[in-house]
Design a binder for this molecule. Structure first.
Ligand code: RTP
Ligand code: MG
Length: 141
């Protein structure tokens, strides 16, 4: 088992619903540790840069609009298989397909307003962590 880090973003819909604490509790119960965190209202440029891999997708503009519609809570999670474990906790992208008990099943409204983001590989996690955090902002155990 590998000790990994991943990025989690609590999206504007879940921040507006006041469920940051409930989502943090799920990370903690799953053995994921928060080693950095910041709340931020993303600019259009920041959201476009973060989702640059999706630039050519039909949903890109809607995604950027949504991600800049209110503040987000961004955290680095650390733990065994953190990338996969966080994605298990999140559930499927479309909340209608998300397994019961997952964050998206419990808190998401739609495929656009789907409560959370999680890195999809250790390689992308490293890129996404560096996008939002300086190395000195990480506080590993
Ligand atoms: P995320 O990146 O946010 O963790 O979600 P994901 O890996 O499950 O989904 P991804 O394919 O990376 O897509 C990024 C976000 O774009 C929105 N999306 N909309 N309308 C659509 O068909 C569609 N597909 C994706 C979602 O908000 C998704 O989280
Ligand atoms: Mg993704």
């Amino acid at each position: 088992m590998a000790l990994e880090r991943t990025i989690s973003i609590i999206k504007p819909d879940a921040v507006a619903k006041n469920v940051i604490g409930e989502i943090y509790t799920r990370f903690e119960k799953a053995g994921l540790r928060i080693v950095a965190a910041k709340m931020k209202h993303l600019t259009r440029k920041e959201a476009e840069g973060f989702y640059a891999v999706h630039r050519e997708r039909p949903f890109f503009n809607a995604l950027v609009e949504f991600m800049t519609s209110g503040p987000v809570m961004i955290q680095v999670l650390e733990g065994e298989n953190a990338v996969a474990r966080n994605r298990e906790l999140m559930g499927a992208t479309n909340p209608k397909e998300a397994a019961p008990g997952t964050i998206r099943a419990d808190f998401a409204e739609s495929i656009d307003a789907n409560a959370v983001h999680g890195s999809d590989s250790p390689e992308n996690a490293a890129i996404e962590i560096a996008y939002f955090f300086a190395a000195t902002e990480l506080c590993p155990r």
